[in-house]
Write a protein that binds this ligand. Structure first.
Ligand SMILES: [Zn+2]
Length: 356
């Protein structure tokens, strides 16, 4: 009972949670501070007829440690789903950035069912005025900052680098890595709003299933200076939105639209409306101009990395397999049988496995 009393008081004392349906409401969180007065806000429409095409070659994105298995905490925040790695050792260079950036978390935004078996968008950035169903944001901060909070506090335009991918429903393709992530790993852990830190769920996963140097490193992308798409809308983000979409199955969209928000209603349409460019340039970087970096700025393989690799065995399997989940506080590991289509790695001498 004591715990319950504490919980209630925390909820009452907390500031009002922002509501995506209140974006045009006077006095809402969207109508305050920089969200309302800023001239470099996000998201925006990517208009093909209004791009500044970059013609010089540039260093391709190079991602370090994204291929390593990590433990990630997944959470339904009430207005989205956020996935945070336990170790911030994933970094990238290149991609027309002059410094190294570190991955802090990723999350996604999505639309809703249209009542006729289809879906409406969804994505925060639009393309020629049209939404894709969903958009995933990999939030990075400049490695010279101690952590994400310090980067946000410092308030410079390029403190954060968010890499965004549009998610497009296409049932003509096989199930892809994002389908696996949502339907096989994340789904049942984020169905309901979870404001209790102690019950956050942990998954095992490698970020390179979505982001890797081979596929993403030389992809074409759009780039502009903007801000956080959630209050307080700080204008501290250099945005990258990749031209090529990630294809997902309709079944995955169906899963995403069954999650609950913090009022136990449907968690759908959790995207901010597009904002005025106010004269900002949206640059287009053609992937064919991406080149290998002339001088590596970081070493992909460290002794720590080698040690991690030696702890995993590659396996491929189908059917029911034991899957373990570790409680982040107690360290207690519980194992359940779970249907999976394939497994790529299991930690040596343990039941902990990772899916692709
Ligand atoms: Zn976002």
């Amino acid at each position: 009972m004591k715990l319950f009393g504490t919980f209630v008081s925390v909820v009452l004392a907390a500031p009002a949670v922002y509501d995506y349906t209140a974006q045009s409401t006077a006095g809402s969180v969207w109508d305050q501070g920089v969200c309302q007065t800023g001239t470099g806000q996000s998201p925006i429409d990517v208009d093909e007829s209004n791009l500044t095409t970059v013609t010089e070659k540039f260093d391709k994105f190079t991602f370090v440690n994204y291929e390593n298995p990590h433990k990630w905490t997944v959470k339904n925040t009430g207005h989205g789903v956020k996935i945070v790695p336990d170790v911030e050792d994933m970094t990238f260079t290149g991609g027309a950035f002059s410094e190294e950036y570190k991955l802090a978390q990723f999350h996604f935004h999505w639309g809703q069912g249209d009542g006729q078996g289809g879906y409406t968008g969804g994505s925060e950035h639009t393309f020629n005025g049209n939404h894709y169903f969903s958009e995933v944001h990999f939030v990075h901060y400049k490695s010279s900052h101690s952590d994400l909070s310090a980067a946000v506090a410092s308030g410079n335009q390029d403190d954060l680098a968010v890499l965004g991918f549009w998610l497009e429903i296409d049932d003509s393709i096989d199930e892809g890595p994002f389908d696996y992530l949502i339907t096989d790993i994340v789904d049942d852990k984020v169905q309901a709003y979870n404001n209790v830190t102690e019950t956050n769920e942990v998954i095992f996963w490698s970020a390179n299933h979505i982001i890797d140097t081979d596929d993403v490193g030389s992809s074409s992308f759009y780039r502009y200076d903007g801000g956080l798409t959630t209050p307080t809308c700080n204008e501290i983000v250099t945005w990258t939105v990749f031209k090529d979409t990630i294809k997902i199955k309709a079944a995955t969209a169906a899963k995403m639209t069954t999650f609950s928000n913090d009022n136990q209603g449907a968690l759908v349409n959790n995207f901010r409306e597009t904002q005025d460019l106010n004269g900002r340039a949206v640059k287009f970087y053609d992937g064919s101009l991406a080149k290998d970096p002339s001088a590596p700025t970081s070493t992909p393989t460290t002794s720590n990395n080698t040690e991690k690799k030696s702890k995993v065995d590659a396996k491929v399997a189908f059917g029911m397999l034991p899957v373990s989940f570790e409680d982040p506080l107690s360290g207690e590991v519980s194992t359940v049988m779970k249907p999976v289509q394939k497994i790529i790695m299991c930690f040596t001498n343990s039941d902990l496995c990772m899916f692709q």
